[in-house]
Design a protein around this ligand. Structure first.
Ligand code: CUA
Length: 328
């Protein structure tokens, strides 16, 4: 029996650091819970003591001997509280130090390297291959990874500081122009994990999202070989016309499509744009209608984005949509 398409789709995780989907994120979440529970206990104890002190009726002045005794008792209680506070902070500090060391960098071994380049307001994703440049993959706004394999991210920015954050998999790491920063993560189970830019980077900071798609290893290999292929050639006359529109209108000044003369580097590579789940960095689902709206008037959807409006007539638009949508 065929399942409905929605059930077949990979699991979409809710974006939350409290729902970790990999060993690194789980270590951080466990530590977070430890701090949270400890702090909650301290809050209740201190709040209770405060309430007890505030509600206690002052009695008549005690005899002098008792007062000295009470004074000593208060001294012991305060001393004990200070010692407990210092101890708790020392435990936090030690565990934090251990955690930082444990998650600092991926251990040696089978590590997948992915480059992430921040742009206002989208993510360029590259899978470098220094031995065979033809195997180099460039995509945008989706990081595809195999499960149970550490992924090392090398990151930089083309313009301003951005911050890479996929809460279910990893903490934040800044992308700084002129520098390369590194982080890593690993996913335990196949699924789609949403991430977003976590550093204010201008007008469309809020619409700078990305997806991490974790595959079973065999599915990941399929994805890699599909992405390495050049763009699909137009399979009919409408798509042929669409390709012509793409190359003759302003599209090719900013976008690349491998296997065609379009090699603009300003906007996302569109070689396999039809295979992506969203357009405009997670702003819209990748459907024909949304794509049409986006091509015609991006400024309505994402004001300030660097894509200009495109005055195409209906026939040109239809052809362009057929071509671009077919770039699976
Ligand atoms: Cu990029 Cu905020």
């Amino acid at each position: 029996m065929r399942l409905p398409a929605l059930l077949q789709a990979p699991h979409y995780a809710q974006q939350s650091m409290l729902d970790p989907a990999g060993p690194k994120a789980a270590a951080v979440t466990d530590f977070w819970w430890f701090i949270f529970v400890t702090s909650a206990i301290v809050f209740v104890v201190v709040g209770g003591a405060l309430l007890y002190g505030a509600l206690k009726r002052p009695g008549a002045g005690p005899p002098a001997a008792v007062a000295v005794d009470a004074e000593r008792r208060v001294g012991r209680v305060v001393g004990g509280a200070v010692a407990a506070t210092a101890l708790i902070l020392a435990v936090f500090l030690t565990l934090n130090w251990q955690l930082e060391r444990a998650i600092a960098s991926p251990k040696q071994g089978d590590v997948l390297s992915v480059d992430v380049i921040g742009h206002q307001w989208w993510w360029e994703i590259q899978y470098p291959d220094s031995l065979r440049p033809s195997n180099w993959i460039t995509t945008a706004n989706e990081v595809h990874i195999p499960v149970h394999r550490r992924v090392r991210l090398r990151m930089t920015s083309r313009d301003v500081i951005h911050s890479f954050w996929v809460p279910n998999l990893s903490g934040k790491k800044d992308l700084v122009p002129g520098r390369v920063t590194e982080t890593w993560f690993e996913a335990d189970s196949p699924g789609v994990y949403r991430g977003q830019c976590a550093e204010f980077c201008g007008h469309q900071h809020a619409n700078m999202a990305l997806l991490v798609v974790a595959h079973r290893p065999d599915e990941f290999r399929e994805w890699v070989s599909a992405q390495r292929a050049p763009a699909a050639e137009p399979s009919d006359s409408l798509r042929e016309e669409g390709k012509h529109v793409f190359l003759s209108a302003s599209c090719s000044l900013c976008h690349s499509i491998a296997g065609t003369p379009a090699f603009g580097r300003i906007g996302p590579d569109l070689t396999h744009v039809g295979s992506r789940r969203t357009i405009a960095a997670g702003t819209l689902p990748n459907t024909r209608g949304h794509l049409a709206g986006w091509i015609l008037d991006p400024q309505r959807i994402k004001p300030g984005a660097y894509m200009p409006p495109n005055g195409l007539d209906p026939r040109q638009l239809e052809a362009l949509l057929a071509y671009v949508g077919g770039l699976k």
